[in-house]
Design a protein around this ligand. Sequence first.
Ligand code: AMP
Ligand code: MG
Length: 489
Amino acid sequence: MVNDFMSAYNFNFQHSYKELDGIFYSCVDPTPVADPKLVVINETLLASLNLDFSNLSDQQQANLFSGNILSKGSSPLAQAYAGHQFGHFAILGDGRAHLLGEHVTPSGATFDIQLKGSGPTPYSRNGDGRAALGPMLREYIISESMHALGVPTTRSLAVVSTGEQVRRETPLPGAILTRVATSHIRIGTFQFAAAQKDKTLLKALLNYTIDRHEPLLKRTDSPALSLLDSVIQLQSDLITNWLRIGFIHGVMNTDNVTLAGETIDYGPCAFMDQFDPKKVFSSIDRMGRYSYANQPKIIQWNIARLAEALLPLIDENFDKSIEVANEKINGFEKIFESKYVSMVRSKLGLFGEHKEDKELYTDLTSWMHKHEKDFTNTFRDLSKERLLEKQDYQNNDFKDWHKRWKKRQEKNDMPQSSSISLMERTNPWLVPRNHNVERALQAAQEQDLDPFRKLLESIKDPYQENPKFGYYKSPPKPHERVLQTFCGT
Ligand code: AMP
Ligand code: MG
């Protein structure tokens, strides 16, 4: 099945993951599909990875990105991991994904190249190893939006339709996504290692992760603690970014949290329209565990699971390990709070630090909640001239808030133009709204890719006002609202 494309711009694969003990993965090839067709390919990302498959026909590219043929140097594997899913521990693993290899760019950066939906593996449990077209296009468009919005994320290189149907609640067209990630090492990978009750395995995974992500950590007194510190920093940055743009991940299980701090596994995720701290989209999240405002608490809980897994490596003395790990977990709140407050200041165009800043933010969002105002558009409006003349803001509570805000801005010690440009860099003009995403995916399922392509075009420069995409800026009308996104991925 291996093909040598003889191209200078082919994948430059290494397979460092295979240096870990075999318990961490299973070597398994993708299962070929009936009739692969290229749906979308990310030329910009290809170029940034120094890849160029233009010497291949569309059909050859479809064969490549479906796993029907493997490029030279591929050596597919499925990774083992565990995870707490909605709070319950389970042994998992890539049930429908194949890591083809780690692509090394000329500058020495390394990226996992993974096919998702590429067939069963030893970790498939009862799953079919496949994915439907809609959810793979959803991951493509949302991950590429996140990247454009400046949020760390895995990227999407291509989607190929398989010419086969997958059985969900109804039969759906099948597809395969090619995902690019700094790595796929998850909190759940450490939980898997810890569950083996073999310190050498755990230590090997720790060393591997540090070598791959942050080699300098190896020189610290306790590499395990340093890794924990680094994850706390990366994940608090990530969640702060999510809150900034109104993003709700939807399935923050520990297997969906990576050590590299990238957003990963786009399932029932969405951007909220009207501000509501309790907003959830996932049809199975009945308790609001993964609601918008609960995301910081959940990440802290998830990081505590990582700390638990690392305990044997933190200190020789187990009680001491627990004490130190607890300190780190409790320290999360302060670290997160400082990043969060700094983010809300930027959203309000505030420089310097004043005690009323966070309250100003909370009062504005409470007003938005009470009056069912749109999160993205309200924040973007703040940088507009003559805001108070707009119909939406003809409201006494808002006018009172506006006075307090203006008074605080006087303390900025910076020109008003700087405040405006700070807000315009922080508050996106456009996000891919759920009703537009759903509409585009629905059309794609019916073989019309135009709405998907247009939506994709609109999200490339999301901080830049562009009347051409004004249509996508409107919140959904009541009948257009998407209340839930189903997990039938
Ligand atoms: P997710 O909720 O997408 O993060 O997936 C949770 C686990 O279920 C992972 O181990 C996946 O590999 C596995 N999984 C999800 N869908 C399928 C499928 N259709 N076939 C096999 N495994 C799956
Ligand atoms: Mg997952």
